[in-house]
Structure formats: C-alpha cells, structure tokens
Ligand binder design. Structure first.
Ligand SMILES: Nc1ncnc2c1ncn2[C@@H]1O[C@H](COP(=O)(O)OP(=O)(O)OP(=O)(O)O)[C@@H](O)[C@H]1O
Length: 356
C-alpha cells in the first residue's frame, strides 16, 4: 500500500465537527483500531494527517485484531502493518487468547476484539482507542433499533465517545472520530491517498439482518430518510437521554435519602416514587433492579413492572420479581432487594459445584 501524502491539510469538511480528532488531544497516546477495511484505513490516514498538521502532541499507535476466522486475515493485518510503517506509526497484530465459540459468533468476535484492543492499549499506555464507525454505521444502527422498538437510549445510536471499561483498570476511552463521515467519503480518502483496503465478506452476507437492512437504505433515502436524518434523530435522542438520566440521578438521590434503605436493599417512599413522571420512575426502577439483580433488564419487562406498580390502588400491597430482583410494595415504601430464589439458587449451586 503506498503511503498517504504527508503534510496534506486535514480534511475538516466532514459534515459534523470542525475537528473530529479534537478528542485525541486529551490523550498522550491513542490506539487506532484498524482492520484494513476502507473505513479504518481512512481513519489511519486521516489521523496521521491530523497529527502531521500539528493536531496535538498525541502519539498514534495502530493495532489489528486477527480473529483467526478468515484465511486472508493475517495478510490483511500485515498490509495494515505495512501502511502504518510507511506512515511511521507502530503497529501490532493482536491474536485472541482462545478460539471463538460458534454460537453468536459476531457478538463473541466483537467482545474478544475489544478485550484484545483494551489489553494492548493498557500495555502501551494509551488512554483511548479510536474506531472508524461511520455515518452509515450510525444510520444503520438507528434504523435497526427503530425497527426493534428500542427506547430513547437505543435510538441515541452510537456515542462518539464513551468509557470502554468503566470502573475497570485504566479507564480507557473509546473515541469514534468519523461518525459524521459517510463511508463513501472515506473510500474516496483511501483512493486519493492511493491506499488499498480489504473488504470483509461478512458485510455482504444476507444471513445477517444488518446486511438486509443496509440494502433498504437507498430506498429510504429516496423517501427523505437518509443517513443524515437518522443521525440527527440519534443526536436529538442522545440529548434527551442525557437530560433524562440527569433527572433520574436527582430523583434517585432525593428518594433514596428519604427511603432509608439498608445494605443490599433499596427503599423508596412509595408516594414519591409513583409521583415521578413515568419515564423517570421507570428508569429509577430499572437502575434499582439492575443494581441488586442480574444486570441489565429488558425494557418491555421493566415497563410491565412499572405498569403493575402504577396500577395499584393506594391500599394495595404486593411483590413482583424481575431479573433476579424482588420488588416489594407496602403502603409506604417500595423496596427492591435480591430475589430469594436467586439466593437459594446460588446456595444450591455451591454443593453441586463442590461435588463435581
Ligand atoms: N479486526 C479488527 N482489528 C482492529 N480493529 C477492528 C477490527 N474489526 C473492526 N475494527 C474496528 O471496529 C470498527 C467497527 O467495525 P465493525 O463495524 O466491523 O464492528 P462491529 O462488529 O459492527 O462492532 P462494533 O460496531 O460494535 O464495533 C472498525 O471501523 C475498526 O475501527
């Protein structure tokens, strides 16, 4: 792959941010996740150009994950290495510690990929990983979630920055500087730089719902629902999501202080909880169930739980379980605690584990 022309001014004409690489400047080192496809090859070229043009003192490192799934993967990873070397950037090929399971392969590959990238980022002291998600990826994600009846958080689409391992060691950030760029513009960047790239055949595999949805996008665009419109929807939803979460933070602080919960158990004053706007109450319940139960709760099930609570008359009491959490309602309070079945199940599992 021939190198990009060094020193060319960064193309800041991307549709969204004046400087999409500005978030890089907060880190001494950023790891670019480059698969060798057109999007991430353009990420490599553009990030390097930004750096050459004096973007910041940020050092750029490059890594390619070889999932061991396709025979051509190694050669593609090596081609990324060649381009990175031409640009003067360090490159590593990362392999996975264990073979991927056959079930839910794409999801498993994505999970393993991020783990490998995060481990490498920590090893080289990079505070952030950058991926090359595009405007097209954003549009597909929003459309996909729209069709599945997602909530506001889902319709907010792919965030341009988030913590990769919140609470984990190192606090690595995940940055997506190209979310405002159409894929076609990135292919054009590669072409202009004379850089070749590989195409992942799974992107065209009609067995994946994503591929079938992608095929719908041109017809929707002809009706006015183009990638830009879907991205605008995502940005508006992200704004609403942030405001709602801030309102839930405030309601949580207020009601938990009033409710006097005990260790491992959250207690809300019933009148205060049921008086909240429905969306805020729903989210607060979701947080409570998630924190004492088994983790994230399906929105539809949470809505059913909140609906049940809202339909109770003031004199009614009762209890419901959801996702490993038990919600008890008495006249004065709503308490959310780990479900007893979970405690019993955990207790039951121990002897059988020992007997193996
Ligand atoms: N093998 C790889 N090595 C390094 N980076 C990769 C690899 N595959 C993907 N990436 C990075 O992730 C970005 C998104 O890739 P892709 O759209 O294929 O991911 P995905 O499977 O849809 O998962 P997600 O969108 O959650 O990352 C790429 O632009 C690239 O930056």
């Amino acid at each position: 792959m021939p190198a990009a022309e060094p020193g060319t001014a960064p193309d800041t004409s991307g549709p969204h941010r004046a400087d999409p690489f500005a978030p890089f400047a907060r880190h001494a080192r950023v790891l670019l996740a480059v698969s060798g496809g057109p999007d991430s090859t353009a990420l490599l070229l553009l990030a390097h150009r930004w750096r050459q043009a004096g973007g910041a003192a940020t050092e750029l490192y490059v890594a390619t994950v070889d999932h061991g799934l396709r025979p051509t993967a190694r050669a593609e990873a090596e081609a990324v290495g060649t381009l990175a070397r031409e640009l003067g950037l360090p490159h590593a090929i990362l392999t996975l510690p264990a073979p991927l399971p056959k079930a839910r392969l794409q999801e498993a590959a994505r999970h393993a990929r991020y783990e490998a990238l995060a481990a490498h980022a920590r090893a080289i002291g990079a505070g952030a990983i950058a991926t090359a998600h595009t405007l097209d990826d954003q549009a597909e994600t929003v459309l996909f979630r729209l069709l599945r009846g997602s909530g506001i958080a889902g319709l907010a689409g792919i965030p341009d920055e988030r913590g990769l391992d919140e609470g984990g060691p190192g606090g690595i950030r995940l940055i997506r500087p190209l979310l405002g760029w159409p894929k076609a513009a990135l292919i054009e960047e590669c072409r202009r730089a004379g850089a070749s790239f590989a195409e992942d055949p799974s992107n065209r595999d009609p067995r994946f719902a994503r591929t079938r949805l992608r095929a719908l996008l041109p017809s929707l665009a002809a009706e006015g629902l183009d990638a830009g419109a879907l991205a605008r929807l995502a940005a508006r939803m992200a704004r609403a999501e942030a405001a709602l979460e801030a309102a839930v933070d405030a309601a949580q602080a207020r009601l938990l202080a009033e409710g006097q919960g005990m260790a491992g158990r959250l207690r809300f004053p019933r009148a205060g909880l049921t008086a909240l706007p429905a969306e805020i109450g729903l989210r607060l319940l979701g947080r409570a169930v998630e924190s004492v139960g088994e983790g994230p709760v399906e929105l539809g099930k949470l809505e059913a739980l909140a609906g049940w609570l809202a339909a109770l008359r003031p004199e009614d009491t009762g209890a419901r379980t959801l996702a490993g959490a038990l919600m008890r309602v008495n006249r004065h309070a709503v308490t959310v605690a780990p479900a007893p079945a979970r405690r019993v199940a955990a207790h039951d599992r121990q002897p059988s584990a020992r007997s193996r």
